[in-house]
Design a protein around this ligand. Structure first.
Ligand SMILES: CC(C)(COP(=O)(O)OP(=O)(O)OC[C@H]1O[C@@H](n2cnc3c(N)ncnc32)[C@H](O)[C@@H]1OP(=O)(O)O)[C@@H](O)C(=O)NCCC(=O)NCCS
Length: 154
């Protein structure tokens, strides 16, 4: 009979990521479908950690494996969440909700009162997750333009 993997035992609290976490974060974001070759994790992590307006939390299991992440930042107007990820082995245990609480709490402490996030149209399951957490979809078109050489091409 196939043995299903059990959920890992987690550390009691998250910590702010460091540059040393980049390989583990890359793997987590690959495992959860968030990795995009045009957004090198190394660059995204370094940029977030060097900014006073952003942070990146990681949650580890008792063996020091990163099983969750959330990046939070604000633009002086709205708060944004990026890279919310829970390792498949740790999903459906409440960690995603807890990471969102942590991101929201950090932003609240920065003076942010309204949160936004972007989720791909095809990522329907995650849209349902966010709705469950009280987020509503907006009827807006997000527009984008490169104003400098993208990190992946430097
Ligand atoms: C989205 C994700 C972070 C959720 O993490 P998770 O740890 O499995 O979620 P939780 O166990 O904390 O669930 C919290 C609540 O949401 C509910 N929920 C979880 N997934 C859901 C879904 N797909 N649809 C509706 N509700 C959902 C849970 O039942 C739980 O409800 P409760 O707290 O009222 O009992 C995780 O599935 C993931 O990493 N997905 C891949 C990466 C991704 O798409 N990230 C977002 C990019 S925008």
């Amino acid at each position: 009979m196939t043995q299903l993997p059990s959920s890992p035992v987690l550390k009691p609290s998250p910590r702010v990521a460091t540059h040393a976490d980049i390989p583990a974060l890359s793997k987590l974001w690959q495992d959860t479908g968030l990795y995009r070759p045009y957004n090198p994790p190394e660059w995204d992590v370094r940029f977030a950690l060097s900014s006073g307006e952003a942070t990146l939390f990681v949650w580890e299991d008792n063996s020091d494996n990163i099983v969750g992440s959330v990046m939070a930042g604000h633009d002086g107007h709205r708060g944004w969440i990026y890279y919310l990820a829970v390792s498949p082995i740790a999903q459906k245990t409440g960690l995603g909700r807890t990471l969102m609480d942590i991101g929201e709490g950090w932003l609240r402490d920065q003076g942010v009162w309204r949160m936004q996030l972007m989720v791909r149209s095809e990522n329907v399951a995650t849209q349902d997750f966010y709705r469950h957490l009280g987020y509503r979809a907006l009827d807006v078109t997000v527009m984008q333009k490169d104003i400098a050489t993208p990190p992946a091409e430097r």
